[in-house]
Design a protein around this ligand. Sequence first.
Ligand code: HEM
Length: 214
Amino acid sequence: MPGLLSFLANRQAGSFVPGIDDLVYGNKDQKVMGVAEKMKKGQQAVADLAAFKHARKSKNDAAAKTALDRFTANKEFLGYGYLSTPEEAVPPVSTAFYSFHIMVVLGSFFPVLFVACLFYTFKKKIATTRWLLSFGVISLFLGYVAQQMGWVVAEVGRQPWAIQGLMPVKVATTNIAVGHVQATFFMFLAVFPLLLIAEIKIMLKQISIGPEGM
Ligand code: HEM
């Protein structure tokens, strides 16, 4: 739809919306700064932050103030200082794209299913409309798919940032011992299948009892 993206982004149809190439390589005409330039400023900010910390440690107030002033000038680019290449600033586009589309298709399908169920309930035919009941059963599982796709969109789409522009994920990784992470992981690996088995058992039991008054 012509103009819609511009409107969504800037509340003005026909306004410029930067694409991935504009954001990564810059666009002088539209005054978009490229990642290479941001990386230079970021590297300066990283160096100034280190100089500030060093000056504070050695109680050199004048040097600390100079370093802090220099850091402040570039601080919004800090995270770019840790990137190795401009292309690293681009998230895995196709994963985010397809996950988003699967989520939205399912998010549009669920209300349609809901309205269909409502319609057949009012017509008092819901219990005998087998195709609709089959969709209902499949949709139990599709809800989880949509949820997982949403999570993929959020986590993959934010890459490489833990904090947008300030801290890339590779700098944000914790120094917790591997064993601790493994212990939590295996605990979840044991608990969740048990909960799943319990849930499926309860659902099967209810299904075998059937709806009330039938
Ligand atoms: C028309 C339908 C939908 C639209 C337009 C939509 C849009 C979005 C967007 C834009 C995000 C990313 C948010 C971010 O910036 O992090 C997101 C995340 C998410 N979505 Fe959807 N969504 C839809 C349907 C659904 C459905 C049906 C489900 C689940 C049943 C779902 C579950 C999630 C989850 C779990 C997240 C991740 C939230 C997070 O971890 O921050 N979405 N959705």
